[in-house]
Design a protein around this ligand. Structure first.
Ligand code: FES
Ligand SMILES: [Fe+2]
Length: 405
C-alpha cells in the first residue's frame, strides 16, 4: 500500500495507545445473542445465507498443478469438483451427474485424462462440464445432451488463490473483495507458492473460534508467553471495510523485532512498512484470516462441521523460489504458529458448553472487539435481517465506522 496508508496507521497506533476511553460517540454494543452459536434454525439460515452465498477460499493452484488435476471439495454440505484446464483456468462443478446424481469423481484429489466419467452408468463430460456422450442413447426420448451439462459453481482466482461461490448471481470476486486486492498486490499473489497445509478439528461452533481471530484483547491471557511478548495490543488499529471485510494491525513492541522462525527467509521486496514491521491480519469475509508478512503468510480458513464442531485449515505460502519453499526454518515457523493456534483453541469446547448453558445470555463486546460485531452485522445482511428471528438479530450500528477507501 501507499505511504498515506502507512502514515495513517502509524498515527492511529499512537492514538490507540494514548486514548483513555473509546472514541467519542462510539456506541455501547448490544449483546450478541448466544442463540447464534447454538440454534439449529439459525445454523440453517447461516448455511444458506452465508456459506452458500459467499466467496470462499477453495485451494491454491499448486494443489491442482496440471490440466486435468482436480480436488474434491466439500466444505458447504455439497460435493464440489475443482478442476484445472489449460492456461491456469480453474472451473468448479457439483460432483453430480445429470443422469441420476452419480459421482463423477470419488478420490479426494487426482488427475483425469480430458474427461469426467460417471461411475454409475458411464455418462461422459468434458473439462468444460459439457455432456459429450452417453451409453444406449437410443433408449432416451428427445434427450438434448447440451441441456445436461454439469452444474457450475462460480470459481475465480486472485493470483494463484482459487475462490468459489455457490450463489450463481454473486458479484465478481474482485469487486466483492473491495479494498483487499489493493492491499494484496504488494505480496505479488501471482508469485506465491503453497508450502504446507494442515487441518485441525475443534469442538465448538465455527464462530466461537473465528471470533478469537478478530481481536487481540485475549493476548495477555492465553498468549502470555508467546504473542503477547512481542505484540502490543494496546496500540492495535482496526479498519472495518465494506462487505464485512476488515483488517487489524497490532504493533510489534519493538519494530525491529524479527520472528525467529523467519530469520533469513527471502523477503518480498514490494511489501510495505506496516506488514513488514508490525502484525497485519486481514479478514476476507467470512472465514479467511491471514496475518500477512514480507516472508509469506498462513491462510487460516474456518469451516462449520456441525452446530458445535468445526475445522480450521492452515495453509502456508511463500514467495516462489526453490530456496524459499524448502527453507529449513519452515518447520520451526509452522510449529511456532501451531503452538499459538493450540493456545487459541484451548478453551473453545468449554466456551461452546457455556454458550449452550443457561448461564450465558450473550456475547459482551468492547471497542477493541468491534470487528466481531462488524462480522455479525454482515452476517445478518447476507442472510437478510427479516428472515432472522428477532431475538437472534444483531442491531446494525457500525455502518458509519466502515472505511470505504
Ligand atoms: S448417474 Fe451418472 S450415468 Fe447414471
Ligand atoms: Fe489468539
Amino acid at each position: 500500500m501507499d505511504d498515506a496508508f502507512t502514515e495513517n496507521v502509524l498515527l492511529a497506533m499512537e492514538y490507540e495507545r494514548q486514548r483513555k476511553e473509546p472514541p467519542e460517540g462510539f456506541p455501547k454494543l448490544p449483546l450478541i445473542p448466544g442463540g447464534r452459536y447454538t440454534d439449529p434454525e439459525f445454523q440453517q439460515l447461516e448455511l444458506e445465507g452465508l456459506w452458500k452465498n459467499s466467496w470462499l477460499y477453495a485451494c491454491h493452484l499448486d494443489e491442482i498443478p496440471e490440466q486435468g488435476s482436480y480436488l474434491l471439495w466439500n466444505k458447504t454440505s455439497s460435493p464440489i469438483i475443482l478442476l484445472r484446464d489449460k492456461d491456469k483456468v480453474v472451473r468448479a462443478f457439483y460432483n453430480t451427474c445429470q443422469h441420476r446424481g452419480g459421482p463423477l469423481l470419488k478420490d479426494a484429489k487426482g488427475k483425469v485424462d480430458g474427461r469426467l466419467v460417471c461411475g454409475y452408468h458411464g455418462w461422459c463430460y468434458n473439462l468444460q462440464g459439457e455432456l459429450t456422450s452417453i451409453r444406449d442413447k437410443r433408449d432416451f426420448v428427445d434427450l438434448d445432451l447440451s441441456s445436461r451439462s454439469l452444474t457450475t459453481v462460480k470459481c475465480e482466482r486472485i493470483g494463484n488463490w482459487v475462490f468459489i461461490n455457490e450463489n450463481p448471481l454473486a458479484e465478481p470476486l474482485i469487486d466483492h473483495l473491495q479494498l483487499i486486492p489493493a492491499h494484496l498486490q504488494q505480496f505479488q499473489p501471482d508469485n506465491i507458492r503453497l508450502v504446507h497445509s494442515k487441518s485441525y478439528d475443534v469442538d465448538c461452533n465455527v464462530k466461537i473460534l473465528l471470533d478469537a481471530f478478530f481481536e487481540v484483547y485475549h493476548l495477555s491471557s492465553i498468549h502470555q508467553n508467546t504473542v503477547d511478548r512481542f505484540l502490543d495490543h494496546r496500540g492495535t488499529v482496526i479498519k472495518l471495510w465494506p462487505n464485512g471485510h476488515s483488517t487489524m494491525i497490532t504493533p510489534n513492541r519493538n519494530p525491529e523485532w524479527v520472528d525467529p522462525g523467519t530469520v533469513n527467509m527471502a523477503e518480498i521486496a514490494t511489501v510495505t512498512e506496516i506488514p513488514t514491521k508490525h502484525n497485519m491480519s486481514l479478514n476476507f469475509y467470512p472465514n479467511l484470516v491471514s496475518p500477512m508478512t514480507n516472508t509469506g503468510m498462513p491462510f487460516l480458513t474456518f469451516w462449520p462441521v456441525s452446530i458445535n464442531t468445526m475445522q480450521v485449515d492452515c495453509h502456508w505460502f511463500a514467495p516462489a523460489g526453490e530456496e524459499n519453499e524448502s527453507h529449513p526454518l519452515w518447520e520451526t515457523r509452522i510449529e511456532n504458529f501451531e503452538r499459538i493456534l493450540y493456545e487459541d483453541t484451548q478453551f473453545a469446547p468449554q466456551i461452546q458448553e457455556s454458550v449452550e448453558s443457561p448461564g450465558f445470555e450473550g456475547v459482551t463486546l468492547n471497542y477493541q472487539e468491534r470487528r466481531i460485531y462488524h462480522w455479525h452485522e454482515e452476517l445478518d445482511r447476507r442472510i437478510g435481517i427479516e428472515r432472522i428471528p428477532e431475538h437472534l438479530r444483531v442491531a446494525p450500528l457500525l455502518e458509519s465506522y466502515i472505511e470505504k477507501t
